[in-house]
Write a protein that binds this ligand. Structure first.
Ligand code: AMP
Length: 250
């Protein structure tokens, strides 16, 4: 079984993002970039499936600028066998990414595609669902457990009311949630070995995909600063504030 796994290069989760002075987006110059955390979980799950003898090949795929090669090398160091970069400097939106993925899936013919449940830069949580729709494949989003048996895939999903378990007929799309696994760190020898693994580069044009943005960002602003809190003397004072200032109780 071949697995395709999505890895997006995003602003590192430890970075405190700042809005650009002209409000067109967030500051990206000289900012630490890393693999989207949910995609690390996706790579880890694919590697575990290969280690368990359920998968034979893992292909890591990223769409974005040339620097995304670095992120793909991390996926290779974690255990992916080869990588594909669809290189473009266009600011990609989920629909464009899903269309590019569909083109790569058509070429690679995997049985399973694992993506993150959301990218921590745009927080869209759309790409996996759109890809499943474009391919007409079964999908299980927000996975906290994945079990592969022959040509079916049983997934436990994190839903609002608790956990839901569904069985999909493969080929399928799975998106990862936080509790699926704890991703490994790439060891130094594996980082060295990853430099020699194959990394193919292609363009949206070569795949016949129009990646022009469909949405326009009007402006990006910082959230309003939080007001400082106050300590109240006693419960009646608290109730008074909740009723008369915050107006959250009758
Ligand atoms: P989103 O729909 O933008 O929240 O992204 C959901 C998931 O889709 C991410 O966790 C990635 O697995 C995948 N994805 C989104 N954009 C890209 C990209 N440019 N390259 C590779 N994977 C991506």
């Amino acid at each position: 079984m071949k697995i395709l796994v999505a890895v997006k290069r995003v602003v590192d989760y430890n970075v405190k993002v700042r809005v650009k002075a002209d409000k067109t987006g967030v500051e990206l110059a000289n900012i630490k970039m890393s693999m989207n955390p949910f995609d690390e979980i996706a790579v880890e799950e694919a590697v575990r499936l290969k280690e368990a003898g359920k998968a034979t090949e893992i292909v890591a795929v990223s769409m974005g600028p040339q620097a995304a090669q670095e992120t793909l090398r991390t996926a290779l160091a974690m255990g992916a066998d080869r990588a594909v970069l669809v290189q473009t400097d266009v600011d990609l939106q989920p629909l464009a990414v899903a269309k590019l993925f569909k083109a790569v899936v058509d070429k690679e013919q995997p049985q399973l595609v694992i993506l993150g449940k959301q990218a921590i830069d745009d927080d869209s949580s759309q790409t996996g669902q759109m890809l499943a729709a474009l391919l007409g494949w079964s999908q299980a989003t927000f996975a906290s457990k994945v079990v592969i048996e022959n040509d079916s895939c049983t997934v436990t999903r994190e839903v609002d009311g608790g956990l839901e378990t569904i069985t999909l007929k493969m080929p399928s799309i799975v998106t990862t949630d936080l509790r699926l696994n704890e991703p490994r760190y790439a060891s130094l020898p594996n980082i060295m070995k990853a430099k020699k693994k194959p990394l193919d580069t292609m363009t949206p044009d070569a795949l016949g995909v129009d990646v022009a943005p469909r949405l326009i960002t009007l402006k990006v602003e910082e959230p309003p600063k939080r007001q400082g809190g106050v300590k109240v003397q006693d419960v009646p004072a608290l109730i008074d504030k909740l009723r008369n200032e915050a107006k959250v109780i009758p």
